[in-house]
Design a binder for this molecule. Sequence first.
Ligand code: C5P
Length: 231
Amino acid sequence: MPDPERILVIIPAAGSGSRFGGDVPKQFLPLGGKPLVQRVVERFLFDAVVTRVIVPVADMLLSAVKTSPGERVQFVAGGATRLQSVTRGLEAAGDDVDLVAVHDAVRPFFSIDTFHATLDAARRHGAAFPGIPLPDTVHQIADDAIASTPDRSVLVAAQTPQCFRVAILRDIVARAAREDADATDEAGLAAKYGHRVQLVHGDSMNFKITRPEDLVMAERIYAEWGGEGDA
Ligand code: C5P
């Protein structure tokens, strides 16, 4: 019998999250009384296919969130950028990994079905991401005016979890480090470096909590779902 597949989830959470406006980085704001990042970690741990969850956090938080060796979740020191934090997570995982999912700490309502579909697409194609069509027309702006209007039918908004065979994620973070390139999205980086990154249909519920009103909406959804996945 072949060895069971080892699936690692990296949740970069080392940012200062200042765009939200408060002192607390947005990934630590409470949803249903627990920090968002904890909600996300628990949802992944609830899924039996996940071997390990690694959460890069800011250095100053490390001592507060110590875990013991052997636990399925581990906190490690993040880096100066999101991509460097993902890289630290990958380094901490060592060689015991086949597939890696990178997920935003501020997307608590990701669907397990979509996660599995994305893993499956990564298994077959090497890399995959969930994307959704854009509800709004998007314009490219120059000098406060429309410069061009891309065809909306060929655009998608990228979500997470973005999934990769480990060799591909290692390749793209190493190349980005060599070229001093940064990225907000690993899927886009993989495509830039010539890998096929398969689109999987995402869900509108898997929105990113970036503004205070998103958190208000998230609390309502959480209450309506009856605290699903609560541990
Ligand atoms: O700041 P931004 O919204 O782009 O961050 C995206 C994600 O990357 C957040 O979850 C943040 O915590 C994480 N991040 C990180 N290490 C950094 C910067 C951001 O893990 N140095």
